[in-house]
Design a protein around this ligand. Structure first.
Ligand SMILES: Nc1ncnc2c1ncn2[C@@H]1O[C@H](COP(=O)(O)OP(=O)(O)OP(=O)(O)O)[C@@H](O)[C@H]1O
Length: 506
């Protein structure tokens, strides 16, 4: 009897127990395992054993806790592992609160409500918004990186200023020495023939520049080019005319100047030049490729022209003096190609007469040249000009700027020489740095590329295998050296090309 009574009591207690306490459901957690790494493969096995998985949900067998492991990718948390925890742990938080690991690149969280591991939440110090938290982390890193970069830039600029000041000091000494040994300058001009526009029969437009429109025409039975500048461009007109009027400037590699004048109707200025049948070097190279010997002819005449322009000549018989002139705007648009396949320099609107005795003349030219720097073809600007380290009074710097541009022109010509490319397939014509920086290149991108990264146009690797390849590379590198003082002179470039002609005639 007693035993039966006890059994009854126990049965009643059991029923009461069942009805007074709800049936405890098993914890359900989001389940996701990335299987891309060995590490995750191992985790896969461990976490799969923590409960039965159905799709993206796991019902936990041994624990009441969900876990989440998140990587931060591009500032956004990406779940690596979502599962039930493998062993029972204390997990009082209802939401999955982030615990940073590995320098804030990896976070874990643990929580105790169903499917709570699908979203990571952020503590007070991390702010409620994960993105702003990561932005803060990212910002901190960015500030450190920018700080380091600024410091490095400061060091580079300081080093360059130091070396520039040294060079300037050195140059000042050498250029003042130059002034002393030069014969007194004569500032002579040859008399220009004034041309009446009615004497010229104008035909079609053959070119346009920043300021000018150029027509083909006939004058006294010869084909000529007439360069018109609008009335307001008297200054550019005078600068160019003054260069052409310098004594002894006539040379086969400098465009022949025939005269100048002013149109009575619209008051525009004009300069009459011999006509160059192939137009500019730019349009010539755009249309055709050359043989090795033809390319040397172009390069030879081009370097002869610049060497002559830079020369300081005194004719003892006539007492005429040609001062050195820096072109300052050399580009393939300002070099013309004659019918015989030789180059001639033109467009002296930005040029500077060096060692002129007339101080006002030089100042007046300087202002003009600042305008030229803004308008001239960016591609050909030497690093020291891009950085603004050139003292416009120092003749040597200006001539070295021309030599840098000459190096780029030689590269432009040889890149269109079919004999330097397998099967004669020279690439299409490109301006210097067009390949690297695109056709709409900016001053900023050029400064970064040319000055700070010290990069130059691409020299094809296969040239090294050609008999003349090493000599070409060496010549180009000696023209566009970042140290302007280490560059060759136009005269020595001309000599190197002559020796290329005799050593490697195909
Ligand atoms: N003597 C010439 N014979 C044939 N074409 C010529 C001649 N002179 C100039 N041209 C053509 O006209 C174009 C513009 O001439 P030029 O460079 O003198 O003008 P510009 O306005 O001074 O140029 P820039 O924009 O360089 O200042 C040349 O690129 C060339 O195509």
């Amino acid at each position: 009897m007693l035993v039966e009574r006890w059994r009854l009591i126990l049965a009643l207690e059991c029923i009461m127990c069942i009805y007074s306490k709800p049936l405890q459901q098993k914890r359900r957690c989001f389940f996701q395992i990335t299987e891309s790494t060995e590490h995750n493969y191992r985790q896969n096995k461990k976490y799969t054993a923590a409960g039965s998985v159905s799709g993206s949900v796991q019902v936990c067998e041994t624990t009441d806790c969900c876990v989440g492991y998140y990587w931060i990718i591009n500032g956004t948390p990406k779940a690596d592992v979502l599962a039930c925890d493998r062993i029972e742990k204390s997990c009082p938080d209802e939401t999955c609160k982030a615990q940073p690991r590995i320098n804030n690149q990896f976070f874990t969280c643990m929580c105790s409500t169903d499917l709570c591991n699908g979203n990571i939440t952020w503590g007070k110090e991390q702010t409620s918004n994960p993105y702003s938290y990561f932005s803060v982390v990212f910002m901190k890193m960015a500030v450190i990186v920018v700080g380091i970069l600024l410091f490095m830039c400061f060091c580079i600029v300081a080093a360059q200023w130091r070396s520039c000041l040294k060079k300037k000091k050195k140059n000042l000494q050498s250029s003042s020495h130059d002034y002393l040994v030069q014969p007194s300058c004569s500032c002579q001009r040859t008399k220009t023939s004034e041309i009446d526009i009615s004497q010229i029969e104008l035909q079609q437009i053959v070119g346009r520049g920043h300021f000018a429109t150029v027509f083909q025409g006939t004058y006294q039975g010869s084909v000529v080019a007439v360069k018109f500048l609008p009335a307001g461009y008297e200054h550019n007109f005078n600068t160019e005319k003054e260069i052409y009027e310098l004594p002894l400037l006539k040379h086969t590699s400098i465009m022949n100047f025939l005269g100048a004048g002013r149109k009575p109707d619209d008051k525009s200025w004009f300069i009459v030049l011999q006509f160059a049948e192939y137009g500019s070097l730019h349009s010539f190279l755009s249309k055709q490729t050359t043989s090795w010997m033809f390319s040397l002819k172009l390069c030879q005449s081009l370097s002869q022209g610049l060497s002559y322009l830079h020369s300081d000549l005194l004719s003892h018989g006539t007492d005429l003096h040609k001062p050195p002139v820096a072109h300052r705007d050399l580009s393939s648009s300002n070099v013309l190609v004659r019918a015989g396949g030789t180059c001639a320099l033109s467009d002296f609107g930005c040029s500077t007469i060096l060692r002129s005795c007339s101080e006002p003349y030089r100042r007046h030219n300087q202002n003009k040249n600042m305008k030229c720097i803004q308008l001239g073809t960016l591609h050909y600007m030497a690093p020291e000009i891009l950085e603004g380290f050139v003292n416009l009074n120092e003749s040597m710097f200006l001539m070295q700027g021309d030599v840098y541009a000459l190096g780029l022109l030689l590269w432009e010509i040889w890149m269109r020489c079919s004999d330097l490319f397998e099967g004669g397939a020279a690439p299409q014509h490109l301006l210097p740095y067009e390949l690297e920086l695109g056709s709409n290149l900016t001053l900023e991108s050029l400064i970064l590329h040319v000055s700070y990264m010290d990069k130059r146009p691409y020299i094809p690797e296969h040239w090294e295998l050609l008999p003349q390849g090493a000599a070409l590379r060496e010549l180009l590198e000696d023209c566009w050296d970042s140290d302007s003082e280490a560059r060759l002179t136009a005269h020595s470039i001309m000599e190197r090309i002559t020796s290329l002609q005799s050593s490697y005639s195909l």
